[in-house]
Design a binder for this molecule. Structure first.
Ligand SMILES: Nc1ncnc2c1ncn2[C@@H]1O[C@H](COP(=O)(O)OP(=O)(O)OP(=O)(O)O)[C@@H](O)[C@H]1O
Ligand SMILES: [Mg+2]
Length: 270
């Protein structure tokens, strides 16, 4: 079991011309394998800042991130190992995939860098990963990202994230750029993979309905502070904090959403 601790993290950005901005204020949570945490909050509440700190695009101003009790090494083998264990799926699969490279290249690269399988097994592993995200390997391997649909691109991004066999996945608004009609399919895929691979997932979203449906625990962020946390049902159906109530009032009824949706889809919804 892998455990990630986000411990008392404060992040202050220096904003040119307008001083400092506290994007996170003493935020703590623990994410373990086999668990999905939904991180919700309005635009600007600090959700992506958490993702950026976890993927080391930003460093905390105070506090730290611990993996299995140890601070993340800043360089060398330890850092590589951290990056292999925690992978990211971004909001925009178009921006995160390289337009000049084939799908095969995108999946092969982490396999080679992390020495996941022996060289002679790389091709079979690329195929296995594409099948894992329900893409037809022969149909997509030779294509470039612009030759796929948005949903297919996001599946490629997920396959690439899984290639290194991570324990944890951070998904920052993974379906918000996709057409509404295919969002649930991609989220169901993520939920299936989460269960089958025993992944720990940090699911970042504006959407309370899917947060409730796909998460065990929910953390509500408002202006960089955690204002509420608890089991998904407690937080969404019985919110105590006024901000969570506001968020809920501003979003479609989380219960209705899935009653309507599950009538349209065949299984796979949990
Ligand atoms: N590199 C940066 N420099 C300065 N300020 C930043 C930087 N990145 C983010 N911010 C500010 O920090 C705050 C939190 O931003 P963040 O991107 O974490 O929000 P978010 O919850 O992900 O929002 P959204 O839902 O719109 O994606 C915002 O006020 C944002 O303008
Ligand atoms: Mg964001």
């Amino acid at each position: 079991m892998t455990t990630l601790e986000f411990a008392n993290v404060t992040k202050i950005y220096n904003v040119r011309g307008s001083g400092q901005l506290k994007a996170l204020d003493d935020v703590s949570f623990t994410l373990s394998s086999r668990q999905t945490i939904g991180l919700v909050g309005q635009s600007g509440s600090g959700k992506s800042t958490i993702a950026k700190i976890l993927t080391q695009l930003e460093v905390p101003t105070r506090g730290e991130v611990l993996l299995d009790g140890s601070p993340i090494p800043r360089r060398g083998k330890g850092l590589r190992s951290y990056r292999q264990q925690l992978r990211m799926v971004f909001q925009d699969p178009f921006a995160s995939l390289n337009p000049y490279h084939t799908i095969r290249h995108h999946i092969e690269r982490p396999l080679r860098l992390d020495h996941v399988v022996p060289r002679q097994e790389i091709d079979a592993e690329v195929r296995r990963l594409l099948e894992r995200v329900r893409l037809e390997p022969d149909a997509v391997m030779g294509r470039r990202p612009h030759e796929l649909s948005g949903g297919q691109r996001q599946r490629v991004a997920i396959a690439r994230a899984l290639a290194s066999r991570p324990a944890l996945l951070v998904a920052d608004e993974p379906v918000s750029m996709l057409d509404v009609s295919i969002r649930l399919g991609v989220l169901n895929l993520l939920a299936d993979l989460q269960r089958e691979e025993g992944l720990g997932v940090l699911y970042i979203t504006h959407d309370l309905a899917t947060a409730r449906h796909f998460s065990d625990e929910i953390i509500v962020l408002n202006q960089g502070r955690v204002v509420e946390r608890g089991t998904a049902d407690d937080v969404i159906l019985r919110p105590r904090d006024p901000y969570t109530r506001e968020l809920r009032a501003a979003s479609p009824d989380p219960e209705e959403f899935f009653r309507a949706r599950s009538a349209q889809t065949s299984g796979g919804v949990r």
